[in-house]
Write a protein that binds this ligand. Sequence first.
Ligand code: UD1
Length: 357
Amino acid sequence: MKVLLVAGARPNFMKIAPVYRESLRRNAVDCKIVHTGQHYDYSMSEAFFEDLELPKPHFFLDAGSGSHAVQTAKVMIAFEQVCMAEKPDWVVVVGDVNSTLAASLVAKKLMIDVAHVEAGLRSFDMTMPEEINRIMTDSISDKFFVTEESGRINLIKEGKPESAIHMVGNVMIDNLMHQLQSLDGQRFETARIKPDAEYAFLTLHRPSNVDEKGVFQGIAEALNRIAETMPIIFPVHPRTQKMIARYNIRFADNVIQLSPLGFREALYLWKDAAVVLTDSGGLQEETTALKVPCITLRENTERPITCQLGSNILAGNKPDTILKAFQSCVDNAAKDCQVPPLWDGHSAERIWDQLLA
Ligand code: UD1
């Protein structure tokens, strides 16, 4: 069976790593990695391939940044050539970035079957580009690999046949477990700044949080207040870096800004944090898996199980709601949380079982 496994942006790389690794253990599978080039900086792309033990991609499409239309179109044009030359049986896409949508659209129009890993998640917020990507990708996919019950329910409501929906668990957690094993004995550059006392770990990059000056200033105000209680370690995404400079956002000294980190180094820091503050999708899930308290700087989440069972609290992006959530985390640090079903490190195996069935 011939499969093209597509990834374009940082949150995709963690998801394809376990799927690719498992493909090597299966006979009769020829699985090739297509990197669309949506993310291209060393720290956003290559560093991840190294950390995640991924080989050099078999195809690199060099799409780069641009408006949504430009980026999506560039991926489509280049990926069509790869599909026509390779004639895969399946195109496997992951997550919800522009590359996910572009690749699935190309494959489907060439009548190649599309499998979507992390299907069915919905924030019901159409101002999020990722929500549009999720809905569009699922509308043309043939197989749906689902991480949580809400995904299955959403797909059924959208008229997808139950036989095409497979609850497989979460490949993010496959990767997390694999990476945790390799942390021991590794030396990290940031060991010198990792506090002995309680600290927070922050990631922030969503356009809705950083692209508008007033919103970003409000978040910074809340973070500076939190930093009076504990230091905040903050690896800064390139988009956020640009906005900090453009709007002259001021952070307290106790908000320790770093360049983007590789997967392992970020894990090394956040796994021991008293609290993680984030607007990322993946970290909401990873913190739930390790039972680390998480405050999500968004009004909604497409991953509701992380709030229902896990350690996640939705805080929005206003100073008072963020500070309230932080206080409730401090007061209730030992919140009794659970790891969702099938987040057990074996999701990629289930995915290949289904693809090969
Ligand atoms: C994309 C995804 C988002 C994901 C995020 C993780 C979409 C619609 N969004 O958003 O879901 O959470 O990746 O990082 O697909 N840039 C660099 N170097 C890079 C990549 C980007 O400097 O390697 C800069 C770009 O020039 C641009 C900004 O970062 O200014 C945004 O990059 P882009 O890929 O458009 O979207 P993300 O915000 O990264």
